[in-house]
Write a protein that binds this ligand. Sequence first.
Ligand SMILES: Cc1ncc(COP(=O)(O)O)c(C=O)c1O
Length: 376
Amino acid sequence: MEAPFKEKKLFTPGPLCCSRSVKEAMLVDVGSRDSYFISCVKEIRQRLLEIAQLSESEYTAVPLQGSGTYCVEAVLQTTSPRQGAKVLILANGAYGRRMGQMCEWAGLEMRLEEFPEEQRLDLAKVETILRSDSFSTVAVVHCETSTGIINPVEDVARLVTSLQPGAAMVVDAMSSFGAVPLEVSGSGIDYVVSSANKCLEGVPGFSFAICRTKHLLSCKGNCRVLSLDLVDQHLALDRSGQFRFTPPTHSMLAFRQALREYASSGGLAGRASRYKENRRILREGMKRLGFRELLKEEDAGYIITSFRFPEHERFDFQVFYSKLSEKGQVIYPGKVSSANCFRVGNIGHLFPKDMTTFLGCLEDVMREVGLPVPLS
Ligand SMILES: Cc1ncc(COP(=O)(O)O)c(C=O)c1O
């Protein structure tokens, strides 16, 4: 018989740990047309706008089945007219480059501008690019989770508003929404994308786009993929409160509970302060153990941290990862092309005591594999 699975702590950018009460909220079967479920969807959409500090008269929150990638793809498809579309992607990591891949697969004309992975987007260069051409959509990542860097997306949006007023300004805020402040309306951001299973601490199953309604409605007929059409998804939700196709009912029930817990634990300020404290403990502990961070302090956010592999013959990432996992601690491989790194996230239902336990386990693993403590 298969051994029972023992839950582990996930120090990853998702799937990530959720509270027991969020998971328990799923223990009910509900029909998609049931008024109970329709009111759950309504509450979720309202709460998402509240978190983004946006009014229902100007913006709409549109949940979509599937992980975060589906919704980013939906926004790029929906904002690109069938004739004359040109998407500008400003990328300094894997998630930015993935948007380029989406355009390639969709046959959309695009310009993928790559910036160094270890630095924030350079606004002077962004300005030069914006002056050099005309774009229908400009897309950028807020927290580039492949390194943990936080990009100055509001500044980019202001440049887009003044230099490319006709373009849709799209922010992939997948791993930052709800925990890192983002000025949406004032900076001219038209679309923000995130998912249930990031800083809002729901279970995986759907993602969502917060859209400037007027712009969204101007996109009718653009999308080349039925299931990714955000205009139709929005219209159906507004008309009947229902999804067009089978909704992730259990994930939505869990997410409503997660949003209630988010509000009662201090909203964005509460979440940011817990994650910052998690990160402070991690950072100090890793420094004491001799690990070096990839990013400079001023560029690093408080969502996820990239650490360089120790330069030591006894270090083997696979062994390191497996031994930590055996102790119930799950880390993430690196995702930068310029350096060998691993990543440790501190988002999700993780608390300072979890960070301290993690550091203790890491130190034990270092000794077990024969690494010096601290690393020299
Ligand atoms: C910034 C960013 N964009 C996109 C994604 C893709 O999301 P998913 O893996 O849910 O499809 C992620 C996932 O971590 C992310 O961090």
